[in-house]
Structure formats: structure tokens, C-alpha cells
Write a protein that binds this ligand. Structure first.
Ligand SMILES: [Zn+2]
Length: 258
């Protein structure tokens, strides 16, 4: 389970719901909010969750110079490192997710598109930068989705996702895929043909209720969708999914799921 953005004021509620349900999670947090709400980020760590790096200002990396991309990463990295030091965990996992899944290579996150060619030089540069800072890819040997492999995502250091719960859609003026209510989001979790804004799910012939692969599930730490968090997790735990931590040694076992 991965949860992007924030820390929002709703984060503490999420921490207690996740603890209650025994679900480990990585919170990919924004530097600007880590700076504004360090105590919430610290609580995330102390509660046994991972604070990952989601850049500083939630920018489209394809729009930035390479120097600016690196400073988005490094600035947030040092904020996170200070937090872990304050929590007496100077050795901590380093995980990164690009805002919008935009890897800075001109594809603006359209990583599954056959029509968008990546700027390989920029792509490589940023991947190498992450590696130098000690960032690690998800240790998910069971991640066998062909769409993921075909897009080459398993070679990258950053964490993409395989299933977006899309709870954020409810709060859009024009909800994508018509996902305008909690009921519709819940129905999609059980759908055998879930659609996605990126359109990669329908042809992959898989769905959460019939897992053929490990998954990296994406949700968001937004205040507006806070009320949907518990009901969505209650629905997720009913699916045949085992939630696992893939850090603190758990990843070394190679037994991973979502
Ligand atoms: Zn984000």
C-alpha cells in the first residue's frame, strides 16, 4: 500500500486506521508539507510507517530543468533524513515516487503509452541521481504484470504503481471514468475490467479480486477524500490480497504482495 501527497491534517486518522487493520504503508510525502507539518511526518515514522520522497512542490518533472528536478529530490531527501534522525532511525529506507508518475523524461507520466517516446538521457540521469542518493526500487519479485514489465518499470529505481484506487476522482469537477461517488469507487475495486485514466488496466486482463501478480496500490493523503479512507480499506481487506511490508528486512524474504 502506498499513499501519496501531504502530510495532510487527515494523516493521523489514516495512521490509526492502518494500524488497526495491520496494513503497512509507504507515505510518499511532499517536501513542502513535511516542512510545514514535521510533527505529523514524525508521527508517521514513529507509528511504524515509511515516509517516502514525493518531491518538494509536487511539480511535473518533465517541465523542470534537470538541476531543478535534482533539487526537488535532494531538498525533500534531507527533510526526510532529519525526521528519521529525530526518530532515532538514521538508517532508513529511501523510496521515491515522481509526482503524477512523471519521470521527468517528457512523457508526463504516460509510461504505458506506446506513442510517447521517453527522453532516455533525462530518464537515465534522474534514475542515476536517485541511485546515488541511496534510493531503492520496490522489492517485489512477484510483480509479474506484463504491462509493468513491457513499460520497463521494473528497471527503474522510483516506485510506480499498478493499481490506482482513484478515490481522488470523486472530487474532480468532471470525475474521470464517471467515478463520482464512493459507491462507484467501491464497485470498481471488484470490477473484472477496471478502467484507469491511463487505460492500461482493461487489456492487462487482471483485477484486484483475482490477483495474478503482486500489486503496488496507490491511494492519496488528501483531506477532501479523508472520509473515504476507512470504507475503502474495509473493502480492500475483503479482497484476496495480503498486505505486506517490503522493507525492514521483510523485503529480503522476497515474499511480497501489495
Ligand atoms: Zn502526488
Amino acid at each position: 500500500m502506498t499513499i501519496d501527497d501531504g502530510p495532510s491534517l487527515h494523516r493521523l486518522h489514516k495512521l490509526s486506521v492502518l494500524r488497526e487493520m495491520g496494513i503497512p504503508a509507504v507515505f510518499f510525502s511532499e517536501g513542502r508539507w513535511l516542512e510545514a507539518r514535521p510533527e505529523i511526518a514524525l508521527q508517521t515514522i514513529k507509528s511504524g510507517f515509511v515516509v517516502g520522497n514525493h518531491g518538494f512542490g509536487h511539480r511535473h518533472f518533465s517541465d523542470l530543468s534537470l538541476d531543478d528536478c535534482c533539487s526537488e529530490i535532494a531538498r525533500t531527501d534531507s527533510l526526510i533524513h532529519s525526521l528519521y534522525c529525530e526518530a532515532n532511525q538514521p538508517k532508513h529506507p529511501r523510496f521515491f515516487r515522481f509526482p503524477y508518475g512523471d519521470k521527468g523524461d517528457g512523457r508526463y507520466g504516460r509510461v504505458f503509452s506506446k506513442w510517447k517516446k521517453a527522453d532516455e538521457k533525462r530518464h537515465r540521469y534522474l534514475q542515476d541521481f536517485l541511485k546515488e542518493l541511496g534510493y531503492q526500487p520496490p522489492a517485489l519479485p512477484g510483480l509479474s504484470h506484463r504491462f509493468y514489465q513491457n513499460a520497463g518499470l521494473q528497471k527503474d529505481v522510483d516506485w510506480h504503481w499498478t493499481f490506482d484506487v482513484m478515490e481522488w476522482a470523486v472530487f474532480q469537477k468532471k470525475p474521470p471514468q464517471g467515478l463520482s461517488s464512493l459507491e462507484k469507487i467501491l464497485r470498481r475495486l471488484h470490477s473484472t475490467r477496471p478502467t484507469d485514466t491511463r487505460g492500461h488496466l482493461w487489456w492487462s486482463k487482471r483485477w484486484l479480486g483475482n490477483p495474478v501478480s503482486s500489486e503496488i496500490i496507490l491511494m492519496h493523503d488528501h483531506e477532501e477524500s479523508g472520509g473515504l479512507f476507512r470504507p475503502l480499506l474495509e473493502a480492500l481487506v475483503l479482497l484476496p490480497i495480503e498486505f505486506k511490508a517490503i522493507w525492514n528486512g521483510a523485503g529480503e524474504q522476497g515474499q511480497t504482495s501489495a
